[in-house]
Each structure stands twice: as structure tokens, then as C-alpha cells.
Design a protein around this ligand. Structure first.
Ligand code: MEV
Length: 423
């Protein structure tokens, strides 16, 4: 029997759940129970979350953790992180503390320009198009006046409109390539509204508009975060060796794409967690970061390292198009709390905090990888997850954790040890 349904979005939440249970779960009552278990008891709060998307039937919990002890440009921060991977917050906290006694993180916003494009087809003479574009330019600005008014009051708006010829790559294809400053908002709605207004103004009998949309590739919205100290201050048994191996690990990620992807994934562990906690668009950040990592024609590390004249330096340069006003940042109470926790940052401040979280996460991963190996820390967390799944008591957890300090953690080994104790 077909499971296709019409008018689903018009059903009530209860009706949607009933349909799901009947159609895909043989009407098992546990399904309904589980979904409802995650409803918020506060109806108003639940309604708020229901309205974020269509067809909401429940909430999906993710842990919300905090990493204290970050020092960024001399100011102390606690950074909120939403992430399911067990080692991420622990790593961020450890590295924050480590660098807090070595001068902290130094950050700098390099640029904040965002981009949008009107893509169109024009089969006529290019000079005619150029003349038409010059005529239209002031009108394109006028067409967006009501949209840009408030943004201009905040110091933002449209920076430049260019006509770009792409006909060498695709027949008849041109663009209006538009740059924007969107201040504290991520600016997606603002940019898209401006572009659509421009497209309406620009179209004529010969100009066939294909689409108008912002670009998530933002190579002119860049932030840098850095840590540095004397090699001898890195600590450990052999700081020289540590610095050397660390630098080698970064250099490998600069030239070897297989490694670079995993290396950058580790950076995004830190970045996405804060992006999520602040209600920003993590897919936009991911897309932009990975595109930037490929800007030289080969996918490369987003971080870099140098060890020169006895000084260890490690830094990241990454595009981050973020907002601290508008969108979910003000609607979601937890996103608002995250921003309050970080002392209500401007978008520029948030770029710096989030780049720091990425750099810290990468430092933690490379430190582990080039010393004890990654599994040492991961397995410690994994062990706790297994013990929780097994329902181990506090005493059992203590005993089993001590037992595995000198042994390799595997799921079956933990289960065996647990069963042995329970006997
Ligand atoms: C795991 O989520 C992230 C790492 O693989 C990153 C890395 O290898 O650099 C540990």
C-alpha cells in the first residue's frame, strides 16, 4: 500500500505522529511515547520550537557543554558548544587552559565582505550589455533602497555591483556580482532580498534571469586566530621534538588532501559546535570553509604552523559569515544565552571566538596524534559512554575505569569486565 500522503502539513502535531506510527511503525505505542517524551512541558516554549520548521513532531536533544578558560586578546571567555562527539568539549577546555598560561589566543578580523550574484543569460552584443549595465547601476541601487535603509543606518549595505562575463565557461552566461557589508547580521535574507530586487529591475526582453542568491563562498570574510610561545615553554619532556612533529603534522595536511580533510574536520568539530550553540548556520560555515580550503586548486589545511628562531607559532585563517542579531540568534533562547555568555559579541567578535575554538580543537587533535595517539583520550570518553549504556553504578564505573587505565578499551572487553563484577 502506498505511503504517500497529501495535505500532511495541515494535520495537527498529534495527527502527524499518529500517521507516522500507523504508517511506518505498525502503531507501536513506544514510538509515540518516545516522541512525546522529548516535548517540552512548557507549551509556549514548545510552540516556539515547533514553529522553527514545518512538520515538527518532537525535539532532538544534543548536549550543550561549556569550555572555560579561553583567553582571547587578553579577555577571558567561556565558550558554549553543542556537539555529540564526546572528546570535543574536553579537548577545547584543556587547550584553552594550556594557552591561557602562554599568552592566550590573538585574533584579528581581516575582512567582512559578503557576496551575492544575479545569474543571467544574454545572447546579444556584449557592448550593448555593458552600456545597459552602466545605465542601470543607479537604478539597481534605487531598487534596493527600502531594503538597505536600515542596514545603511548600521553602517552596512551594498558595497559594489559588477557585471561579470562568464561566456567563456558557459554560452551567454553573465552575472551581476554584488558585494555587501552586513554588520552584525549574517545577512542571508538581506542579501537575497537585495538581489531579487536588483534582478527585477535589471531584467528586460533580452536578459533572461536564471536565479538570484547569496554565495556561501566568502573568501573576503576572513578571520585569523593565532597562538605562539617560545618552543621551550611548550612544556612536556621534549618540547623541541614536540614542536617539530607538530609542524610536520601541519605541513602534511598542507600538501596531502586525504590528511587535510580529516585535519579540517577536526577544526570544524570546534567551529560547528559554537556555530550551533549560537544559532548560526553551520552548513553555510562548512561549505564556505571547505571551499576556502581548496582555493589554490587543491584541498589544504586551514591551519598553519611555523617553528623559527625558537618560537612556535600556530594559526588559522578561515572564512566565517556569522550573525549575532536576527535569525535564530535572537529567537532561540539557548542561542541568546550562548551569546550572553560570551558577553554579547558583535559578529566580528564572534568570528574571532569561533576561529579560536577551531584552532584550539586542531591543536588538541594534533597534540594527541603526534604524542599519545588519538585513541587514548577518545577511548577514555568511549569507556564512560559504554558504562552509561550498561547502567553501571558509580562504584562500578570507578573500578572499571581504574582497571582500563593500563588496558585497551573495546566494547566487548568492557562488557566482559562489567559482567565479571556483576557476578
Ligand atoms: C575526530 O573527530 C577528529 C580528528 O580525526 C581530527 C584530526 O585527525 O586532526 C581527531
Amino acid at each position: 500500500m502506498s505511503k504517500i500522503i497529501s495535505g500532511f502539513s495541515k494535520l495537527t502535531k498529534e495527527e502527524k505522529i499518529d500517521w507516522l506510527a500507523k504508517t511506518y511503525f505498525n502503531n507501536q505505542p513506544e514510538i509515540i511515547q518516545t516522541l512525546k517524551q522529548y516535548w517540552n512541558v512548557d507549551n509556549k516554549l514548545q510552540q516556539l520550537h515547533d514553529d522553527f520548521i514545518e512538520n515538527t513532531i518532537s525535539n532532538f536533544y544534543m548536549p550543550y557543554g561549556i569550555a572555560p578558560n579561553f583567553v582571547i586578546n587578553g579577555r577571558d571567555y567561556v565558550i558554549p558548544m553543542v556537539v555529540e562527539e564526546s572528546s570535543v568539549v574536553a579537548a577545547a577546555s584543556l587547550v584553552a587552559k594550556y594557552w591561557s598560561t602562554r599568552g592566550g589566543f590573538k585574533t584579528e578580523v581581516i575582512s567582512t565582505t559578503k557576496i551575492g550574484q544575479v545569474h543571467f543569460m544574454f545572447a546579444g552584443n556584449k557592448t550593448d550589455l555593458e552600456t545597459y549595465f552602466q545605465e542601470q547601476k543607479p537604478k539597481l541601487h534605487n531598487a534596493t533602497a527600502s531594503i538597505t535603509k536600515n542596514m545603511e543606518k548600521r553602517g552596512g549595505g551594498i558595497l559594489e555591483i559588477q557585471l561579470i562575463d562568464k561566456t567563456d565557461k558557459l554560452a551567454n552566461y553573465y552575472q551581476l556580482h554584488v558585494t555587501f557589508e552586513t554588520k552584525d547580521s549574517m545577512g542571508a535574507n538581506f542579501i537575497n532580498s537585495c538581489l531579487e530586487a536588483m534582478a527585477n529591475q535589471f531584467r528586460n526582453d533580452k536578459i533572461d534571469i536564471v536565479m538570484s542568491i547569496l554565495s556561501n563562498y566568502v573568501p573576503e570574510c576572513i578571520v585569523k586566530a593565532e597562538v605562539s610561545c617560545k618552543v621551550e615553554d611548550l612544556g612536556g619532556e621534549n618540547p623541541q621534538k614536540f614542536a617539530q612533529k607538530f609542524e610536520q603534522a601541519v605541513k602534511i595536511a598542507e600538501i596531502e588532501p586525504y590528511r587535510a580533510v580529516t585535519h579540517n574536520k577536526g577544526i570544524m568539530n570546534g567551529i560547528d559546535a559554537v556555530v550551533l550553540a549560537t544559532g548560526n548556520d553551520f552548513r553555510a560555515i562548512e561549505a564556505g570553509a571547505h571551499a576556502y580550503a581548496s582555493k589554490d586548486g587543491q584541498y589544504k589545511s586551514l591551519t598553519h604552523c611555523s617553528v623559527k628562531d625558537g618560537v612556535f607559532k600556530f594559526w588559522i585563517e578561515i572564512p566565517l559569515a556569522l550573525g549575532t542579531v536576527g535569525g535564530l540568534t535572537s529567537l532561540h533562547p539557548m542561542a541568546k544565552l550562548s551569546l550572553d555568555m560570551m558577553q554579547k559579541p558583535s559578529a566580528r567578535n564572534l568570528m574571532q571566538i569561533i576561529a579560536t575554538a577551531g584552532l584550539a580543537q586542531n591543536f588538541a587533535a594534533l597534540r594527541a596524534l603526534t604524542t599519545k595517539g588519538i585513541q587514548h583520550g577518545h577511548m577514555k570518553m568511549h569507556l564512560q559512554n559504554i558504562l552509561n549504556q550498561l547502567g553501571a553504578s558509580i562504584e562500578e564505573k570507578e573500578e572499571i575505569t581504574t582497571y582500563f587505565e593500563s588496558k585497551t578499551v573495546s566494547h566487548s572487553a568492557v562488557v566482559d569486565k562489567f559482567n565479571e563484577i556483576r557476578k
